[in-house]
Ligand binder design. Structure first.
Ligand code: PMP
Length: 309
């Protein structure tokens, strides 16, 4: 028994098919070389009905990731956008986590993908709080990873490519093996980069700092949302190189991500951050973020796309 809901239907290169039929051949290019790009998108059951959070930005990032890898997705932006909403409707879901993936398929196995077709799928699932239900309130215990993020001229960090997640797996598995919930990776210059699947924010001297895109980070959509929310709440937000040791003496540190949402970090390398629990600025940002995504307050940014209009 897998952890998936296998009764759900999947959008597979333009067709809606049963879960059990959404298969690819073992000789597909993506299996051998990680040649796929993907997204993780959440649909929330808001007070006004199911709504997808920043779908436009997710679809755009999927196309950007594909472009970086010279991959031509055989569907338009609008087709992928509409299919994302369709698959939620077809499955009659109120809440969902969507995995749109574009990948190089089955034709040949040279490193040069030549005539391998580009397939595009959207897999719906039900996914709770990524770092656990308690994490949102209590915070998580993390370590600085012994693995660094990829150097800028190795794998492009701005592309959300499957292959990048081999690095993420090393970070996550090491953290887990050592009894931590997550790892924070440094970049190749030794400065703070990001978690295995989250961006990071550091509150120091009342200012909110986050590593710049040049620090081998994914251009997180939650990161962007939090920057806007924090500025509108009156905080100064600065994208800045962050030395590792600043993590230990910060007032607050938190992760952001579509899966992790806004998750406080309470200890790093067993050193308590601030008072060792969720701090007041994190809480304020979290509240505003959840109020918007749950439809409790007006969405001044136009971030929600309602599934049933
Ligand atoms: N960094 C990495 C490595 C990630 O995998 C993710 C999750 N997509 C993030 C950051 C956060 O990005 P987003 O807020 O767009 O989910």
């Amino acid at each position: 028994m897998s952890k998936f809901d296998e009764t759900l239907k999947i959008w597979f290169s333009g067709k809606i098919i049963d879960w059990k039929d959404a298969n690819i051949h073992v000789a597909s290019h993506v299996i051998h070389y990680g040649s796929g790009v993907f997204e993780g998108v959440r649909c929330y059951n808001t007070a006004k009905g199911p709504a997808v959070f920043r779908l436009k930005e997710h679809v755009q990032r999927l196309f950007n990731s594909a472009k970086i890898y010279r991959m031509k997705i055989p569907f338009t932006f609008e087709q992928v956008f509409d299919a994302s909403l369709d698959i939620i409707r077809v499955n009659k879901m109120k809440e969902a986590y969507l995995r749109p993936v574009a990948f190089r398929g089955y034709d040949s196995l040279g490193v040069h993908p030549k005539d391998c077709p580009i397939e595009c799928v959207i897999i719906p699932m039900v996914w709770g709080k990524y770092l656990g239900d308690e994490a949102i309130h209590e915070g998580v215990d993390v370590r600085v990873s012994s693995w660094t993020r990829m150097a800028p001229n190795t794998f492009p960090a701005l592309a959300k490519c499957g292959a990048n997640y081999m690095n993420s797996q090393l970070i996550k598995l090491e953290a887990d093996a050592d009894g931590y919930e997550e790892g924070i990776a440094l970049d190749s210059a030794g400065y703070v980069s990001e978690g295995s699947g989250e961006n990071i924010f550091v509150i120091f001297d009342g200012k909110i700092l986050t590593p710049p895109l040049g620090a081998s980070v994914l251009p997180g959509i939650t990161r962007d949302s939090v920057i806007k929310i924090a500025r509108d709440l009156g905080f100064e937000v600065v994208e800045k190189i962050i030395p590792r040791e600043m993590l230990y003496i910060a007032e607050e540190v938190f992760f952001t991500g579509s899966a992790a949402e806004v998750s406080p970090i309470r200890t790093i390398d067993r050193i308590p951050i601030g008072p060792g629990r969720r701090g007041p600025i994190t809480q304020k940002i979290q509240r505003r973020f959840f109020d918007i995504i749950e439809g409790k307050v007006d969405d001044p940014y136009g971030w929600l796309t309602f599934v049933y209009k």
